[in-house]
Design a protein around this ligand. Structure first.
Ligand SMILES: Cc1cc2nc3c(=O)[nH]c(=O)nc-3n(C[C@H](O)[C@H](O)[C@H](O)COP(=O)(O)OP(=O)(O)OC[C@H]3O[C@@H](n4cnc5c(N)ncnc54)[C@H](O)[C@@H]3O)c2cc1C
Ligand code: SF4
Length: 497
């Protein structure tokens, strides 16, 4: 995936192990202390929307890379959904060969600077880091983000996929989130014409219309979209497949990739969810995080939060909402979650950041009603819960405790209880989906309709940026093979007259 002329060896660390004829001294490496990344203090960061972490600079990053003991089995690579060759990259990084190190991450990832910031590393690569058994694991994510940023700075932007020839074949991509962008990049690099249909006015999917600036600055997403435009990818924004574009139009393309994500916010089913100052997570985050010129509608402006904000939910989205509410100036921000912290889905680091920023966590609590005045929400009726036996999700089932009802005053209420896959894309395509609207695919991302592939949240349900990339990566080789076969069939048919 890199356009480097000199490709680094697949497993650069093998060379490292015998560098200058000396094997790596693993014991000595275990004694190297971690080089932490500096970050904004809670007091500072609640007054701005900048990224919390300042990120590594080259010197500390090289020291941190030396903590990697170059395990031959590389459990970190095995735990990475896109198989990043982490020891290989860190072997170059510790030598100060930053371009080579960055190129290794770019071989397997279209956006290492984003995964490095956003992956739940504690559950993936860093969670299995051998160093982490007795000390802090190697800071893989932050090193990956540093290398991606450094590399883009050197090149003046993302490396642009440059096709060596034009195939004359056309590919449609539905959705400009991580999965759709990855497929668009690889299809264009292979010489195909690529058109991306996107419902929002700009590219990025949740990276733009969800994840707040304090986790990832939007200019990285802008740069990615700009690089793809430069490479010749055509974007059709404000265009909904299934509404503005139908399957007769999509059938004109040689292959189609569905990357429409899981973007329909679940509702609680409470009376009053349409009251003023009751927000879905997506509307709240979009209005809070995007500048006026980036907002999808002139009617949308920063949400009116008042003094007290209550958010319900237990994943990364709810953390993004509470921390956005703090930055919008709310005096008291409360999170309601019906289970305990042990059952929460999102990152522990995000919860720690939220607590540091003053967010109040009400565990074992669920909203059962909204109190209104003059058409707007002014309070949330809550009930305490207790946990019973595990349910189908494997987590203990919460049940209400009779007589435990209470009210929390609130000026704004945000529903962040998860996302479903939208079905409008499917129209009369005949594509097989399951009961939740998720596209059924084989291990190569092939749907039930020939020439149509899918990957990302619309296949596996709301998940992660890196798993969306993994879904795209599963489909890309099958798409390329399908297009090549189609080309051959047409050539044969023409030759036969
Ligand atoms: C608030 C929030 C915070 C998150 N935080 C993290 C995090 O910290 N780390 C992490 O790894 N993951 C996080 N995630 C999850 C992650 O962002 C998603 O898993 C990932 O973006 C999925 O990528 P995707 O390409 O499958 O879908 P998406 O990013 O959802 O992109 C799908 C695109 O398809 C478009 N689309 C939908 N329907 C149509 C249609 N009919 N026609 C045309 N276009 C359409 C959508 O507008 C969207 O742009 C978060 C998610 C949310 C909502
Ligand atoms: S993509 Fe995610 S899991 Fe893979 S190495 Fe990077 S931070 Fe770790």
């Amino acid at each position: 995936m890199s356009d480097e002329t000199e490709q680094p060896p697949k497993r650069a660390r093998k060379q490292q192990l015998t560098r200058a004829g000396q094997p790596i001294d693993r014991r000595q490496r275990l004694r190297i202390p971690p080089h932490h990344v500096t970050k904004q203090t809670p007091h500072d960061r609640i007054h701005n929307w900048d990224e919390v972490y300042f990120g590594y600079t080259a010197g500390p990053a090289m020291f941190e890379a030396q903590r990697c003991i170059q395990c031959p089995a590389a459990p970190c690579t095995q735990a990475c959904p896109i198989d990043n060759d982490i020891p290989g990259a860190l072997a170059f990084l510790e030598l100060g060969k930053l371009a080579d190190a960055a190129a290794i991450f770019r071989q397997t990832s279209e956006m290492p600077e984003l995964c490095g910031r956003l992956c739940p590393q504690e559950a993936l690569c860093e969670g299995v880091c051998v160093i982490g058994k007795n000390a802090k694991p190697v800071a893989i994510g932050k090193l990956e983000a540093f290398l991606g940023d450094w590399d883009r700075k050197q090149r003046g932007g993302f490396p642009v996929p440059a096709p060596e020839h034009e195939s004359g074949q056309q590919v449609a991509v539905v959705g400009a989130g991580p999965a759709g962008l990855a497929v668009a990049e690889q299809m264009r690099a292979a010489g195909h014409s690529v058109t991306v249909f996107e419902a929002w006015p700009s590219a990025g999917g949740v990276l733009r219309y969800g994840i707040p600036n304090f986790k990832t600055a939007k200019d990285i997403v802008d740069e990615k979209a700009e690089a793809l435009c430069q490479a010749g990818v055509e974007f059709r924004f404000d265009t909904r497949v299934g509404v503005d574009v139908d399957w007769t139009a999509l059938s004109q393309y040689d292959a189609v990739f569905l990357g429409h994500g899981a973007s329909v916010g679940k509702r609680l089913g409470l009376d009053g969810e349409r009251l003023a100052r009751v927000y879905s997570a997506t509307e709240f985050l979009v209005r809070a995080n995007l500048s006026d010129d980036q907002l999808p509608s002139a009617l949308w402006s920063a949400p009116d939060v008042g003094r007290n904000v209550v958010v319900v939910g237990g994943g990364d989205t709810s953390m993004d909402c509470v921390r956005s509410a703090v930055r919008l100036g709310a005096e008291q921000v409360t999170l309601l979650y019906r289970r305990t912290e042990n059952e929460m889905m999102g990152r522990e680091e995000e919860r720690r950041h939220a607590r540091e920023e003053g967010v109040i966590f009400e565990y074992l609590t669920t909203p059962v009603g909204l109190i209104k005045r003059d058409g707007a929400v002014v309070g949330v009726e809550c009930v305490r819960m207790s946990l019973g036996e595990p349910d189908e999700s494997g987590r203990r089932r919460p049940t209400p405790l009779p007589g435990s009802e209470f009210v929390i005053d609130c000026d704004a209420f945000v529903v962040a209880v998860g996302y479903d896959v939208g079905r409008e894309v499917y129209g009369d395509s005949g594509i097989d989906v399951n009961d939740w609207g998720e596209v059924l695919v084989d291990e190569h991302g092939r749907t039930s309709r020939p020439g149509v592939f899918a990957g990302g949240d619309n296949v596996i349900g709301a998940d992660l940026v890196v798993t969306a990339l993994a879904g795209a990566h599963a489909a890309i080789p099958a798409m390329l093979e399908y297009l090549a076969d189609l080309q051959s069939e047409r050539a044969l048919a023409m030759a036969a007259g």
